[in-house]
Design a protein around this ligand. Structure first.
Ligand code: PMP
Length: 399
């Protein structure tokens, strides 16, 4: 028990098991498939250097002074255009708010929407920090089951009817940790459910641009154009973290007008505004026209690694593991089958793997309810192809 006068809300969350695992990653020689990071070698350093120099040269006041809580206007204009190019209606600069990473957008949603005891439905599994964040505001977080095609909409409807959640939070495109891609029909169905139950749907989309072959279906936000009555029910969180740089801490929130206003009010009391220097740099970068080339490069590199990891998983772990080859994002989501009496507990497997010099994250903590102890998440983003092969050979030994 702490002797500090801590707020009661802290009782709703604990330090994640994953953090404990990350402490072990410092061991020399470890090959890590555990991180959720993009590869630093992929950052367009030259492009960002030019963009930041231009930001300072052209508008030092804007880049270095306090700014509007809503965000730096030229960046909001660029981001609205970025979304328009992906099929979203023209929301204009005032249709979005720049946030300090999309993580802050999630926090603002917790702050503006969640009262203690409110129910929120998420995917099982989902992004761990989201579960923690909503719980901090007192939410009861409920998992809806998913498969390789994302959330199962029949189950989602049952849960919505039963629990009448405050909102539904989804990562429809290459989810973290699932790597799953929600199909077009299911996306439409989600919007129909939003309308039927008059319930907000939050679409968290930091990975949508990281596709390897064919582009994914339009975002749920873009599909509101097709489903009558759905426009005022969709919230969208975007981020430059996975495609450009997480250190910039530039994300954005698109939401119905009134909610956006409340989110701005909460942000004002939190960080006043996202770093103007980061925003001005991001704005210059988007204006420079380098983004499409960067995206092509990043997609190509991750596609190669995903292929190498899929091949190696099949080769080294064979029937001990089942998984679906991801079509984008940063992650493989796999299950230990227990075939041939082999290990089926991913936590135990993770400990043995560390002993062999390879790390991944066990899947259970990613479930708000009904954890699957046999699941695990492997990131292919930060290891090159040779290291992926070596890491998989080590995993085989651990097995
Ligand atoms: N949402 C999801 C699904 C994520 O995986 C992450 C980062 N791992 C975030 C939000 C937060 O990203 P950022 O704050 O860097 O934009």
């Amino acid at each position: 028990m702490s002797t500090l006068p801590l707020a009661r809300r802290l009782q709703n969350v604990e330090t994640s098991a994953i953090r404990e695992l990350f402490k072990l990653l410092g061991k020399p020689g470890i090959i890590s498939f555990a991180g959720g990071f993009p590869d630093s070698a992929m950052f367009d350093v030259e492009g960002l250097r030019q963009a930041s120099a231009k930001a300072l040269a052209e508008e030092p006041g804007g880049a270095l002074q306090y700014g509007a809580t809503e965000g730096y206007e030229p960046l909001r204009t660029e981001l609205a255009a970025f979304m328009r190019a992906k099929g979203v209606r023209d929301i204009g600069p005032e249709g979005l708010v720049v946030t300090t990473g999309s993580q802050q957008a999630l926090d603002l949603l917790g702050k503006t929407l969640v009262d203690p005891g409110d129910k929120v439905i998420v995917e099982g599994p989902t992004f761990l920090a989201t579960i923690q964040c909503f719980r901090l505001y007192g939410a009861e977080v409920i998992s809806a089951p998913i498969d390789a095609h994302g959330v199962q909409t029949d189950s989602l409807e049952q849960l919505m009817a039963q629990h009448r959640p405050k909102f539904v939070y989804l990562i429809p495109t290459f989810g973290n940790p699932s790597g799953a891609l929600l199909g077009l029909e299911r996306r439409r169905k989600v919007l129909e459910l939003a309308v039927k139950y008059q319930t907000l749907v939050v679409e968290d989309d930091p990975y949508g641009d990281l596709y390897f072959g064919e582009a994914p279906p339009p975002s749920i936000l873009a599909l509101t154009n097709e489903v009558p009555g759905s426009r005022e029910l969709v919230v969208h969180c975007g981020s430059l973290s996975k495609v450009l740089s997480p250190g910039l801490r530039v994300g954005w929130l698109i939401a119905p007008h009134e909610l956006l206003g409340k989110a701005v009010m909460c942000k004002q009391f939190s960080d006043a505004h996202t770093s103007t220097f980061a925003q001005a740099t991001a704005a210059q970068y988007l204006k420079s026209g380098r983004m499409p080339g960067t995206l092509r490069q990043v997609r190509r590199a991750y596609a190669q690694r995903a292929q190498a990891m899929g091949d190696a998983l099949q080769r080294e772990l064979g029937d001990a593991i089942e998984f679906t080859q991801p079509r984008g994002g940063l992650f493989f989501w796999a299950r230990l089958t227990g075939a041939g009496g082999r290990i089926q507990d991913a936590g135990e497997f993770a400990r043995r793997a560390i002993e062999q010099g390879v790390a991944f994250v066990p899947g259970a903590p990613f479930f708000a309810t009904e954890p699957d102890a046999s699941a695990l998440r492997l990131s292919f983003a930060t290891a090159d192809v040779g290291r992926i092969d070596e890491g998989m050979a080590r995993l085989k030994k651990a097995l």
